[in-house]
Design a binder for this molecule. Structure first.
Ligand SMILES: Cc1cc2nc3c(=O)[nH]c(=O)nc-3n(C[C@H](O)[C@H](O)[C@H](O)COP(=O)(O)OP(=O)(O)OC[C@H]3O[C@@H](n4cnc5c(N)ncnc54)[C@H](O)[C@@H]3O)c2cc1C
Length: 303
C-alpha cells in the first residue's frame, strides 16, 4: 500500500485561500491549448488571499502569474512552478475619466464597459483576448493604440510580499514590452481615458472586431501574433515571402490566413510549435538577414 503524501503547511494554507491543484495541465489554460502540467496551480479567491499566499510560499518556489494564457507557450514537460490564476482579481471601478482594473479583468470586458461610460482610448482591447495584468506585462496593442498610452499607475506585488505602487513611466514600456520587477505580479492598473460618445466608441470597436475576424484564423487555438514586427516591416510579410505559409509540423501549422499566426489543428504539442518557430526564424534570417523576435512568451525550461 502506498504511503499517503503529507501536505506541507503552505499547501494546506493555500488550499484555504483559494483552489490549489497539483499537476494541472496547462493546455487547459492557454489559448494554444498546449503545455504540460504545472507542479502547482493556485486560484486565489481575491487580492488578500493572493497576498497572504505569496507571503506563505517557500522563497525558492517560482511563481508564474497567469492571465488568460493568450500569449504563453509552456513546454510539454510542464513547469516546476506555482502558477497563479488571477481571474478572481476582477474589480473594475470608474471615477470620472479614471478607470481602475484588477489584473484579472478581461480586456474585452474592460473595453465594453469603457464604451458604456463614454470613455475612449482603449477600443483595441475589444479585440485582444487577454487580461489587464497580461496586457500590462506585454504592453498589448493594436490599431495604433497600446496600453502604455493610457496607463498611469500599477500596483505590483513583489515576491517579498511588499505591495508597491509604480508609475507607468517606471515600467519602461515599449512595443510589446514592459520591465516589471523580477517575479512581480500586477495587482491593479489605473488608466486615464478621454470622453467620447458611447456610440462612437462602440462603432470603432465594431470596426476593429470586423477587421480582426476577416484577417485572423480565430476558429483554431492560437496565441495571436507569434513574432513581433521588426522595425519597418511585418513578420507576416517576411514569413509569407519565405514561402512558409501553410507549412505544418506535427499538429501545428503556419496559418494560411495570416502567416504570423501558428494554429493548433487539434493534436499539436508545444514541441511542434517550437519547431515551427525555429524553422521560421532560420529561414527568415537566411533569406532576409532579419532576426524575428518571438512575441509569445516561452516560459519554463526549453532544452
Ligand atoms: C486571437 C488572439 C489575438 C491577439 N491579438 C493581440 C493584439 O492585437 N495585440 C496584442 O498586443 N496581443 C494580442 N494577442 C496576444 C495576447 O492576447 C496579449 O499579449 C495579452 O496581453 C496577453 O494577456 P494574458 O492575460 O492572456 O496573458 P498571459 O498569456 O496569461 O501571460 C502573458 C505573460 O504575462 C505574464 N502575466 C500575466 N498576468 C500577469 C500579472 N498580473 N502580473 C505580471 N505578469 C503577468 C505571464 O506570466 C506571462 O509571462 C492576441 C492573442 C490571441 C490568442
Amino acid at each position: 500500500m502506498s504511503a499517503l503524501r503529507q501536505k506541507t503547511p503552505w499547501q494546506i494554507a493555500l488550499g484555504e485561500l483559494g483552489a490549489l491543484r497539483e499537476q494541472e495541465p496547462m493546455s487547459r489554460h492557454t489559448t494554444l491549448a498546449v503545455g504540460g502540467p504545472a507542479r502547482w496551480f493556485f486560484r486565489p479567491t481575491d487580492r488578500q488571499a493572493l497576498l497572504t499566499a505569496v507571503s506563505l510560499c517557500p522563497p525558492d518556489l517560482s511563481i508564474l502569474p497567469l492571465g488568460r494564457g493568450s500569449n504563453m507557450l509552456i513546454p510539454d514537460g510542464g513547469l516546476d512552478s506555482l502558477v497563479v490564476d488571477l481571474s478572481d482579481l476582477n474589480e473594475l471601478t470608474f471615477d470620472g475619466y479614471n478607470v481602475r482594473a484588477g489584473a484579472g479583468v478581461r480586456m474585452s470586458r474592460f473595453a465594453r464597459l469603457c464604451a458604456e461610460h463614454g470613455l475612449s482610448g482603449c477600443e483595441f482591447l475589444a479585440t485582444v483576448p487577454g487580461s489587464i495584468g497580461g496586457g500590462v506585462m506585454m504592453n498589448a496593442g493594436a490599431f495604433a493604440q497600446q496600453l502604455s498610452d493610457t496607463l498611469v499607475t500599477v500596483e505590483v506585488l513583489m515576491r517579498s510580499g511588499e505591495v508597491r505602487e509604480m508609475k507607468a513611466v517606471e515600467l519602461g514600456m515599449s512595443y510589446r514590452h514592459s520591465q516589471l520587477p523580477e517575479q512581480s505580479i500586477v495587482l491593479v492598473a489605473e488608466f486615464v481615458l478621454h470622453p467620447d460618445h458611447p456610440d462612437h466608441v462602440r462603432e470603432r470597436m465594431r470596426t476593429m472586431r470586423r477587421r480582426r475576424s476577416a484577417t485572423q484564423p480565430l476558429t483554431l487555438p492560437n496565441c495571436g501574433s507569434v513574432f513581433k514586427n521588426p522595425p519597418g516591416d511585418h513578420a507576416a510579410r517576411l514569413i509569407e515571402a519565405a514561402g512558409l505559409k501553410g507549412l505544418a509540423i506535427g499538429g501545428a501549422r503556419i496559418s494560411e490566413q495570416h502567416a504570423n499566426f501558428i494554429v493548433n489543428e487539434g493534436e499539436a504539442s508545444s514541441a511542434d510549435i517550437v519547431a515551427l518557430i525555429g524553422r521560421i526564424r532560420r529561414e527568415v534570417k537566411e533569406r532576409f538577414d532579419i532576426e524575428l523576435e518571438p512575441e509569445v512568451r516561452m516560459l519554463g525550461e526549453w532544452l
